[in-house]
Design a protein around this ligand. Structure first.
Ligand SMILES: Cc1cc2nc3c(=O)[nH]c(=O)nc-3n(C[C@H](O)[C@H](O)[C@H](O)COP(=O)(O)OP(=O)(O)OC[C@H]3O[C@@H](n4cnc5c(N)ncnc54)[C@H](O)[C@@H]3O)c2cc1C
Length: 445
């Protein structure tokens, strides 16, 4: 069993799912133990069960987003966040359906919606549900509502705590199932663990990070409005990572603030004494990178991510597909492979707007001397003398370059969302096994 788990990330992933389902249902099963309220109809009991499952699922969201490395390495952060989004919607649905069924089964309970007159147990349910609703709306429509990422993230945390706190307080105040002391303690324990995880991630972990600071060694311009930010560990050995992974970076300010941003390491994984990031200037934080002074303190939380060739040591070779700044984790993969004298074939398909936007282009061409590396540049804006590929990375282009024996390679894709979707569809059409395709999304929220 241990052997199986060690060699099969999917077996570990299945175990986590079983764990998730058990954790969702266990608190409900405990409630069913003696003594349950008697004489209530099926629909009332059913609605209460939905409410409790919704509450347990809300509590579990705190584990999903706590950056628990072991869970994260089984799935990858984007799949985990996707799961978080979907299960939150399921929890929200249960929390909403819970009162609706009650209103239908016992119409007199509709009076509880009269907020000023309603007892506190009902008011808390309304407040918790409104907080949950605000969370769902601001998350799904964050971009159309033009809510900047940082305020959204802070409000998301506060609303989550409010929704869970009021939800639990409502269940306690109703008291039908949590009347017994030990049941209240068990549920209280679950809620406290969830809240503790928020405190750990937002306060304790950042405080621990201050014990291992980094210092900015240099900031170098690259093609494509990308800046290399090179960090050196200060008074410790730095961290080891797998090529393709990423870390959360906090600069200058205290790490107790919430201004941390995820970036893939772009340097070789075999150089812990100098960790580099390739950062494209697109917004508030990234546009300021060019002005960061050498000597500035930096803090890293990482490494995270499963977008790494190291997990596929038995692959016959790799196809790496990058768009724009999506080259950063792939550059690290290639640098590390060269340093480790990896003799397998690498095919890089790299799309950019123009020749001048091909970040690391000189370094990539130089790597051909050290690796069995073929590079296909795909440009959208070209001069007359350009003899290479133009346009977008589509099915026809991929068919021209990827090996005929599709399943012999693992495929790593990192680009803008539109390109990722198009490439994923094209690879599927070309019969590349889905288990051989790995995607890194830079756009998490
Ligand atoms: C796993 C991963 C690896 C990444 N690697 C790189 C890289 O190597 N090079 C690179 O240039 N970019 C990378 N990014 C993207 C980078 O994190 C964002 O471009 C950056 O955080 C934008 O911040 P901003 O304030 O400059 O821009 P804004 O205009 O504030 O934000 C632009 C978008 O970036 C995202 N974003 C902003 N702040 C955060 C944050 N604190 N945490 C998470 N997402 C945020 C949001 O989707 C937002 O809509 C990566 C993202 C992820 C998830």
């Amino acid at each position: 069993m241990r052997r199986l788990l060690m060699h099969s990330p999917s077996a570990v992933a299945v175990l986590w799912i079983v764990g998730y389902l058990s954790l969702t249902l266990f608190p409900l099963l405990v409630l069913l133990l003696h003594p349950a309220p008697s004489g209530r109809g099926f629909w009332t009991e059913f609605s209460v069960a939905l409410g409790f499952i919704g509450l347990a699922m809300m509590a579990l969201q705190f584990i999903l987003t706590a950056r628990v490395n072991r869970i994260e390495t089984s799935y990858g952060i984007d799949i985990l966040l996707q799961f978080h989004r979907y299960t939150s919607l399921v929890a929200f649905f249960m929390v909403l359906v819970h009162p609706v069924i009650l209103f239908i089964a016992q119409p007199e309970t509709l009076q509880l919606l009269n907020f000023p007159q309603a007892p506190w147990r009902a008011r808390m349910a309304v407040l918790g549900t409104l907080a949950f609703l605000a969370m769902v709306v601001t998350t799904i429509w964050r971009k159309p509502l033009k809510i900047p990422y940082e305020p959204w993230r802070a409000s998301h945390t506060i609303l989550a705590v409010v929704a869970l706190g009021f939800g639990f307080a409502h269940a306690l105040a109703v008291g039908n199932y949590l009347g017994l002391f030990w049941k209240a303690v068990l549920w209280g324990g679950i809620i406290l663990i969830s809240l503790w995880l928020i405190i750990y991630v937002r306060l304790i972990k950042p405080w621990l990070m201050t014990k291992k600071p980094y210092v900015v060694e240099e900031v170098l311009p690259q093609r494509g409005d990308v800046w290399t930010l090179a960090l050196r560990p200060l008074g410790h050995e730095g961290f080891t990572f797998e090529p393709g992974q990423f870390a959360w970076l906090t600069l200058n300010i205290t790490p107790l603030s919430m201004r941390e941003h995820p970036f893939s390491m772009s340097s070789s994984a075999d150089r812990a004494d100098r960790i580099e990031f390739g950062i494209k200037a697109i917004g508030d934080f990234t546009k300021g990178i060019k002005d960061v002074q050498p000597g500035t303190r930096a803090y890293l939380d990482g490494p995270y991510g499963v977008f790494t060739t190291e997990r596929y040591w038995d692959s016959a070779g790799f196809v790496l597909i990058a768009g724009g700044v999506g080259i950063t984790p792939i550059f690290s993969i290639l640098l590390t492979a060269a340093q480790r004298k990896d003799d397998r074939p690498f095919l890089l398909i790299y799309a950019a707007s123009s020749w001048d936007d091909l970040t690391y282009q000189e370094e990539l061409d130089a790597l051909k001397e050290k690796l069995d590396l073929s590079i296909v540049y795909v440009l959208r804006k070209v001069h007359d003398d350009w003899a290479g590929d133009t346009g977008y990375v589509d099915q026809a282009l991929l068919e021209k370059y990827i090996p005929l024996h599709r399943g012999s390679r693992h495929y790593f894709v990192c680009a803008a969302p539109v390109m990722m979707d198009a490439v994923e569809r094209a690879l599927f059409e070309l019969k590349v096994p889905v288990t051989n395709v790995h995607m890194e999304h830079f756009d998490l929220a």
